[in-house]
Design a binder for this molecule. Structure first.
Ligand SMILES: [Zn+2]
Length: 219
C-alpha cells in the first residue's frame, strides 16, 4: 500500500502542505507549496526517498500550491498534471500574483514559475505502478478552479487541496464560493475527525462542518 508523506512549509506564519505518495517503485507529489524554500523541501524529501518522481499533481489555482513546483521538480522529467480548468486558472492569475507576492515574500516567491504540462479530465485515473490516483474536477471553489485527488484502493487518502482543512481557514478573497459547483465531491473514506471541510456546499454534511462553516460564511 502506498505511503503518504506530508511536507509542511511555513513562511511568514503561513503553513502550507505538500505531499509525496510513495509507491513501491515511484513517487507522486501533490502540490508544490508557495516558496523557494518550500519547493526545495519537497525536493529534498524526494531525493531522500530515493525513488523517481513519476508526476506532480496540482490541486487548485492558488500560488501556495503551484509556486514552489519549479523548485520541487527542477531538472526532473516528471509531468505537472492538472485539470484543464486548474491549468487555465493558474496561467490566468500568475502575472497578477507577482505584484502581490513579491513585496510580501521577496526572494521566497520564485522568480520563475512553471505550469501544468499534462491535462486530465474529470474522473480520469492515473496509474504509476501501485499508485492509482483519480481526479475529481470541482470547478470554482476555494480558488478559481479546484480539484481533489483520491488515492484509489485506499480511500482514507483524499488530497483536497484547500477544500479540506483541519480547523483552519480557507482563502476567501477569490470570492467564487463552493456553491458554484453543481455536485458534491465524492470522498468515500473521509473521516469526520480527521478533516474539516471549509465549504459552503450544503450537501457536505458528513465532516463536522458546523464551526468552520460558520467561520467561512462570516468571511
Ligand atoms: Zn487555496
Amino acid at each position: 500500500m502506498p505511503n503518504v508523506h506530508r511536507i509542511e512549509s511555513r513562511v511568514a506564519e503561513l503553513p502550507v502542505n505538500a505531499y509525496l505518495i510513495e509507491g513501491e517503485r515511484e513517487l507522486v507529489a501533490v502540490d508544490g507549496t508557495l516558496t523557494v524554500s518550500g519547493g526545495r523541501a519537497v525536493r529534498t524529501r524526494i531525493d531522500e526517498l530515493g525513488k523517481p518522481l513519476a508526476a506532480l499533481v496540482v490541486t487548485h489555482a492558488h500560488p501556495d500550491h503551484y509556486g514552489g513546483v519549479v523548485e520541487a521538480i527542477r531538472g526532473l522529467d516528471a509531468p505537472i498534471v492538472a485539470t484543464a480548468g486548474v491549468d487555465e486558472a493558474i496561467r490566468s492569475i500568475d502575472a497578477g500574483r507577482e505584484a502581490i507576492l513579491r513585496p510580501m515574500f521577496g526572494d521566497e516567491w520564485p522568480t520563475e514559475r512553471v505550469f501544468p504540462t499534462q491535462r486530465v479530465a474529470d474522473g480520469e485515473v492515473l496509474g504509476f505502478g501501485d499508485i492509482e490516483l483519480r481526479v475529481q474536477d470541482l470547478g470554482p471553489g476555494e480558488s478559481l478552479h479546484d480539484s481533489v485527488w483520491l488515492l484509489d484502493g485506499n480511500h482514507r487518502d483524499v488530497f483536497t487541496g484547500d477544500q479540506g482543512y483541519n480547523r483552519m481557514h480557507s482563502y476567501l478573497a477569490d470570492g467564487v464560493g463552493c456553491e458554484n459547483s453543481d455536485r458534491p465531491p465524492e470522498w468515500p473514506g473521509l473521516q469526520g475527525e480527521s478533516s474539516f471541510v471549509h465549504c459552503t456546499r450544503p450537501r457536505l454534511g458528513r465532516a463536522g462542518l458546523a464551526p468552520d462553516r460558520r467561520a467561512q460564511r462570516s468571511g
